[in-house]
Write a protein that binds this ligand. Structure first.
Ligand code: SAM
Length: 352
C-alpha cells in the first residue's frame, strides 16, 4: 500500500481504538461518527485504485450495521475488536491472498463442489469468440483460490487466452501455449488491444505443450517454477480444433489421448512448485454407444504422475452455446438411445 493509504488505514485503527476506549455512554455517538467517516471516504475519488483500503471500508461498514443492531455493549465491542483485527492483521493460508480474518467478505469465492453459472461473464476484456473456450469465471475462481498476486500461471491449452485475460485482471503473470497459430495470432492481438498493463507478464507461445522446452522458457522469464497450471485440453475428439496431427483433438484413439495427458501431467508435475496446484477442466464423451468417463480417466493420469487430488467440482455446461439450440434433437436422441444428455463438466483440482 502506498504511504497515503497506510496513513489512512492507521487513522481508521486509531479511531476504532478510541471508540473501544470510550465508555458505553459515548460509544454509539462515536460509532455514528465512524460510520460517516467511512461513508465519505468510500465516496472519496482519490481512494480509487486502492481496492484493499476500500475493501476495509466496506468491511467496516458491514460490521457497523451489525454493531448498531447488537443489543449489548459487550457484543458491540466484540464486533469492533474483530473488525480492528481484520483490517490490521492479514492471515492467509499461504496459497492465495484471501485474508482469513475477513473470510466473510469473499462472497464471490465459491467453496461448494457444484458450480452453476447461468451465463458467461461478458466484459472485462472477454469476447467469447472462440468455439470450445471456457467461461472466464472458471480460471477466475481457480486463480483466486490457488494463486496469489504476482504468481506465475501456466495454461498449456490457451486457446483464445481466457486464462491470460483473467490473470491480468487478477494481477498474475501468465504463460499460455497454443498449437494453432491462427488462434495464437488472434488471441495476442485481442489481449494486446484489451488489456493495458505492463506490470504483469502475459504471453502466448505457439507450439505443442507436450514438446515445449519449458526449462529455457522459465530461464528466459527468470522463474524457477510455475505456481499454478490451468489445464483445459480438447475433450479428445468432441470438438476438432485443427488439422494438425499433434493437436490432441486429432489423436486417433482415446487410449492415446490418455497416454498423452499422462505425459503432460508429468511435465506439469516437474515444473510446478512444491505444493503448487493444477486444475483440470474436462468433460466426458460417448463412444460407440457407451459413455466413456474421459474426465475420471484423465484424472487418473494426473494421479499416476504424482499429484494429490484435492477436489472434484461439477460445473453446469454452457448448454445453449454448445448444443446450438438443438435441444429437442438431443432430447429425442437421448430418449431413443437410453442415455442422458451431458449438462456438466468437471474441474479437478490437484496439488503437487
Ligand atoms: C478446450 S480448448 C481451450 C480453450 C481455452 N480455455 C479458451 O478459453 O479459449 C483446447 C485448445 O487446445 C489446443 N491444443 C490442442 N492440442 C494442443 C497441444 N498439443 N498443445 C497446445 N495446444 C493444443 C487447441 O487448439 C484448443 O485451442
Amino acid at each position: 500500500m502506498e504511504k497515503k493509504i497506510i496513513r489512512k488505514n492507521s487513522n481508521l485503527i486509531d479511531l476504532i481504538n478510541s471508540i473501544l476506549d470510550s465508555d458505553d455512554e459515548h460509544f454509539n455517538q462515536k460509532i455514528a461518527f465512524l460510520k460517516n467517516y467511512i461513508q465519505s471516504d468510500l465516496q472519496n475519488e482519490s481512494n480509487n485504485g486502492y481496492s484493499e483500503y476500500n475493501n476495509h471500508l466496506e468491511h467496516l461498514r458491514n460490521i457497523i450495521d451489525k454493531i448498531e443492531s447488537s443489543k449489548t455493549y459487550e457484543r458491540k465491542r466484540y464486533y469492533l475488536r474483530s473488525a480492528r483485527k481484520s483490517i490490521s492483521e492479514v492471515k492467509t493460508n499461504g496459497v492465495n491472498d484471501i485474508n482469513l480474518n475477513r473470510w466473510q467478505d469473499y462472497n464471490e469465492i465459491i467453496t461448494d463442489s457444484l458450480w452453476i453459472f447461468p451465463k458467461r461473464e461478458r466484459g472485462g476484456g472477454h469476447l467469447g469468440w472462440y468455439w470450445g473456450n471456457f467461461i472466464p469465471q472458471i480460471p477466475r475462481q481457480i486463480m483466486l483460490r490457488y494463486s496469489r498476486q504476482g504468481d506465475w500461471v501456466l495454461d498449456p491449452f490457451a486457446g483464445s487466452g481466457t486464462t491470460l485475460i483473467e490473470a491480468m485482471r487478477l494481477k498474475r503473470n501468465a504463460v499460455g501455449i497454443e498449437i494453432n497459430n491462427e488462434v495464437v495470432k488472434r488471441s495476442i492481438d485481442y489481449i494486446a488491444k484489451n488489456i493495458n498493463t505492463l506490470e504483469f507478464h502475459s504471453e502466448i507461445i505457439n507450439g505443442n505443450s507436450l514438446n515445449m522446452d519449458y526449462k529455457s522458457i522459465m530461464e528466459r522469464l527468470g522463474i524457477k517454477e510455475f505456481d499454478l497450471a490451468i489445464v483445459h485440453p480438447p475433450y479428445h475428439d468432441i470438438i476438432k480444433f485443427s488439422d494438425n496431427e499433434e493437436d490432441l483433438s486429432n489423436v486417433p484413439t482415446t487410449g492415446e489421448f490418455l497416454f498423452k495427458m499422462e505425459r503432460l501431467s508429468s511435465i506439469l508435475f516437474s515444473i510446478l512448485k512444491k505444493n503448487g496446484y493444477a486444475a483440470l477442466v474436462i468433460g466426458d464423451k460417448y463412444e460407440r454407444g457407451e459413455l466413456f468417463p474421459l474426465g475420471f480417466k484423465t484424472m487418473e493420469a494426473f494421479l499416476k504422475s504424482g499429484f494429490r487430488l484435492k477436489s472434484i467440482v461439477v460445473k453446469n455446461f454452457d448448454f445453449t452455446r454448445s448444443k446450438k439450440g438443438q435441444d429437442n434433437l438431443w432430447r429425442y436422441r437421448a430418449l431413443v438411445g437410453g442415455y442422458y444428455v451431458f449438462k456438466h463438466e468437471y474441474i479437478m483440482v490437484f496439488e503437487k
